[in-house]
Design a protein around this ligand. Structure first.
Ligand code: ADP
Ligand code: MG
Ligand code: ZN
Length: 507
């Protein structure tokens, strides 16, 4: 019998708010331990929580971005458990009335049930809760830092629609991109802003019923999630194939040894004794509040990529670049709207401008820019503060200059080799391409008389290749053409040079 995997993810995301969920303490990473704390987030008796409205707005915004319903009634509940890093001994969360539910995420993944290389995963709910403090274990003592306690935390629960480690990985990346686009979270994995519980079971292919759910807790990198699943799925299949029985349980992933190990089974699972928090009013969004949140909805990353392909005729790889680097894509679009040749604009922006901007910004700040895609835990080892790509601080020429450059090439006023020189010059000086062409004498020579002379010289100096061409080796023509270009310092019109060479060699 063949088995298939069933995966559902619970993704915790720290929200991008200035202050914490129930108090005015800063929601800031990296401060000295226990400096962003107060009686509320330290769980001292006699205090009252005040909900952070921006956190509620960001949760509802997430619901809108994930195609969810927004109920007009949501409430907060207490989830009781005892842990040293949770000072109140309960966590405030949303139990049966979450802020948003019943949506889906669409992302690029080709597999069973996908259309045009896109797959869908249903979203059960996204609810708002609070983060807990952090324990540190030293040689003989332990320490607690409550700076993180009470930071707004959103939990996004997926339906068990994922079927493979790769699909889970792509889903997480798509989710992260959406949240970054929406300004909901910075999703900085290195700062633990995204953490994930992985639920996975196996069942005979085609079976309707789900197998026993095994949960791998607290994963903090997407590649870790993928690796854990790559280990856990074959492990479960091996158990059932050898006649064993899987029981619902919680496991822990060990990133160093690359295995999962059992933590507890259902019998010793927590009883959270949920009940409505008597200190907090339910949240009942009204029309004006919802309208304000709706006005913050942005185009989704995948929609943007598809639009760039459709409206500007770009290949997927270019559109992907503009999806990942939003400022670069916006810059491209501002110019491409006015161009008959958007692909040429995209080539300049991606192949030339991007590298030049990155170089200039690195020279200025001493930090290499990192793209959204590279900001995952995958580059944990660098330890560098990620800098968003697409700083245009170092750009000296106006957008119209790129249009001009493309026109000069299209009109064959300059060769593409000369255009490269013009670009470097316009980036360094901000001068217009036309002025640079004049100053540097880069205009292409289409005057056949002048090119004839170059061709004669080249044929005379290269009798070998010339004879090769005559004896039916057409490739030799390219070599000779290259020599003409060299001799003319890149100014000869290569098409004209080719024609003349061919005529001369054939006669
Ligand atoms: P809880 O965490 O309260 O136990 P659920 O069991 O309803 O909540 O679901 C938690 C997550 O586990 C969801 O993402 C859900 O899709 C997933 N899930 C539920 N049952 C299974 C299963 N049998 N196999 C894999 N994933 C599952
Ligand atoms: Mg769970
Ligand atoms: Zn506080």
């Amino acid at each position: 019998m063949e088995y298939e995997a069933v995966i559902g993810l619970e993704t915790h995301v720290q929200l991008k708010t200035k202050s914490k969920m129930w108090c005015g303490c800063a929601n800031a990473y990296g401060a000295e331990p226990n400096t962003n704390v107060c009686p509320v987030c330290l769980g001292l008796p006699g205090v009252l929580p005040v909900p952070n409205d921006e956190a509620l707005r960001l949760t509802v915004l997430t619901g809108l971005l994930l195609n969810c319903e927004i109920p007009r009634f949501a409430k907060f509940d207490r989830k009781s458990y005892f842990y040293p890093d949770m000072p109140k001994n309960y966590q405030i969360t949303q139990y049966d009335k979450p802020s948003t539910a019943n949506g889906f995420v669409e992302f690029e993944f080709a597999g069973a049930g996908s259309t045009d290389g896109r797959s869908r995963v249903r979203i059960t709910r996204a609810h708002l809760e609070e983060d807990v403090g952090k324990s540190f274990h030293f040689e003989r003592t332990s320490g607690l830092d409550f700076n993180r306690a009470g930071v707004p935390l959103m939990e996004i629960v997926s339906e068990p629609d994922l079927t493979s480690p790769d699909m889970a990985y792509e889903y997480l990346n798509a989710l992260k991109e959406i949240l970054i686009y929406g300004g909901v979270s910075d999703c900085d994995m290195e700062k633990g802003m995204v953490r994930c519980d992985v639920n996975v079971s196996v069942r005979p292919v085609g079976a309707k019923e789900l197998g026993a759910k095994i949960e791998i807790k607290n994963m903090n990198s997407f590649s870790g999630v993928r690796r854990a699943l790559e280990y856990e799925i074959p492990r479960q299949i091996a158990v059932v194939k050898s006649g064993g029985k899987l029981v619902q349980s919680t496991r822990r992933w060990d990133d160093v040894t690359g295995i999962t190990e059992q933590m507890r089974t259902k019998e010793d699972a927590h009883d959270y004794r949920y009940f409505p928090d008597p200190d907090l009013m339910p949240s009942a969004p009204d029309d004006a509040w919802l309208a304000e949140v709706k006005s913050r909805v942005v185009e989704l990353p995948l929609a943007r990529k598809q639009r760039f392909m459709r409206d500007y005729g770009l290949p997927a790889s270019d559109a992907e670049t503009f999806k990942n680097d939003v400022p670069l894509g916006d810059y491209f679009e501002g110019i491409a709207k006015n161009s008959k040749n958007p692909k040429a604009i995209a080539n300049w922006v991606i192949n030339n401008l991007r590298a030049k901007l990155a170089e200039a910004s690195e020279r200025r700040t001493g930090v290499a820019p990192v793209s959204i895609q590279d900001r995952g835990a995958e580059n944990l080892e660098t330890g560098a503060t990620p800098v968003l790509p697409g700083t245009f601080a170092d750009l000296k020429f106006p957008p119209a200059a790129l249009l001009e450059l493309v026109s000069l090439v299209e009109a064959k006023t300059i060769s593409s080799a000369a255009a490269q020189q013009v670009f470097v010059e316009m980036f360094d000086t901000g001068k217009s391409p036309t002025v640079i062409v004049q100053e540097k004498g880069l205009a292409q020579v289409s005057d056949t008389g002048a090119i004839e002379k170059f061709c004669d010289e080249v044929i005379a100096a290269n009798p070998g290749p010339a004879n090769d061409f005559k004896s039916c080796k057409p490739a030799a023509l390219n070599f000779l053409k290259g020599q003409v270009m060299k001799l003319s310092k890149g100014k000869a019109n290569p098409a004209v040079a080719g024609e003349i060479l061919e005529r001369k060699l054939k006669s």
